[in-house]
Design a protein around this ligand. Structure first.
Ligand SMILES: [Zn+2]
Length: 296
């Protein structure tokens, strides 16, 4: 729905997916403008990557050879087109499986080992000790989140299985590992605290993987210099920024293609109030065309 300068969903329980359809549209518009108006340009490669939100899978596995060795790289994702993301945090995603012992909740509760109780104790422990949500320990910074929890079948059964999904983020690899270690310790410790009358306790297993490594571009990075010049040429004031979220630039940069990310009009991403700011989107389109025409 268009209102004033913004597009948002008619359905108040949905976003519009401007994150990152707006970026897709910026690239498509650039390609079409160049073709339709015969605008001279240096060799260009367009990459529409998939599954950025679920672990940057597209760029992580893209065939680099097909990209034709780009000298400069720009990604469109985010809000203000003047905001140049030159660094981002690294993220680790983990799966936690708790197994307890099922038992009749009314008839023999003392024989059961509740996987839900274990999960509860572990999460409360992390929360209490400042290892869940925003994490500040001295000068170290990071975040963690238990984002998914599944378990239990009925109220009259002691739940013997709970599966959780969690993540940890930090610019510092060492601190991120520490957050992951704290999560593991909290669950392992909680498992020992829930014991049935036979002396049995639960078990916890962990699997996980680094989603993306943190990065920070140098001030002298050619892509950054060119992006700044393009923003200025379109009447903007470039503001370098480091993101607390992962983005395609994490893997592109890690794979040898230093990438600057520019906003393209998204507001309130990942919420039902998500909006697309049209003036920002149009500005991003102008900047992208300027970059693609090789003028800066
Ligand atoms: Zn997103």
């Amino acid at each position: 729905m268009l209102q004033g300068n913004e597009i948002f969903s008619k359905n108040s329980s949905r976003g519009i997916g401007a994150d990152d359809r707006a970026g897709v549209a910026v690239l498509l518009n650039t390609a079409l403008e160049i073709l339709e108006k015969n605008i001279p340009s240096p060799p260009l490669t367009f990459l529409w990557s998939v599954q950025e939100e679920v672990g940057l899978q597209g760029v992580r596995h893209a065939s680099l050879g097909m990209l034709q060795n780009p000298k400069l790289a720009f990604n469109f994702d985010g809000g203000s087109p003047e905001k140049l993301t030159i660094g981002a945090t690294g993220g680790y995603r983990m799966q936690i499986k708790i197994s307890g012992l099922a038992s009749h909740a009314g008839g023999a509760p003392e024989k059961g080992v509740s996987a839900i109780a274990i999960a509860g104790l572990a999460i409360a422990d992390l929360q209490k000790r400042g290892w869940h949500g925003q994490i500040i320990k001295g000068r170290q910074r990071g975040t963690s989140n238990i984002g998914v929890i599944h378990g239990g079948t009925a109220t009259n059964v002691i739940a013997d299985r709970v599966e959780l999904k969690a993540e940890a983020r930090s610019y510092s690899k060492a601190f991120r590992s520490k957050i992951v270690a704290q999560i593991k310790t909290a669950f392992s410790r909680a498992a020992k605290q829930v014991v049935n009358t036979n002396g049995h306790s639960g078990q916890v297993t962990f699997t996980g993987q680094t989603d993306y490594e943190s990065f920070r571009l140098k001030q002298t990075e050619p892509s950054l210099q060119v992006a700044k010049a393009a923003v200025r040429a379109m009447g903007g004031n470039p503001v370098p920024f480091c993101s607390a979220g992962g983005l395609d630039a994490n893997w592109l940069t890690a794979r040898g293609i230093p990438t600057v990310t520019l906003g393209c009009g998204q507001l309130y991403q990942h919420t039902c109030q998500e909006r697309l700011d049209l003036p920002w989107f149009h500005k991003a389109c102008s900047i992208a065309l300027y970059l693609a025409s090789g003028r800066s």
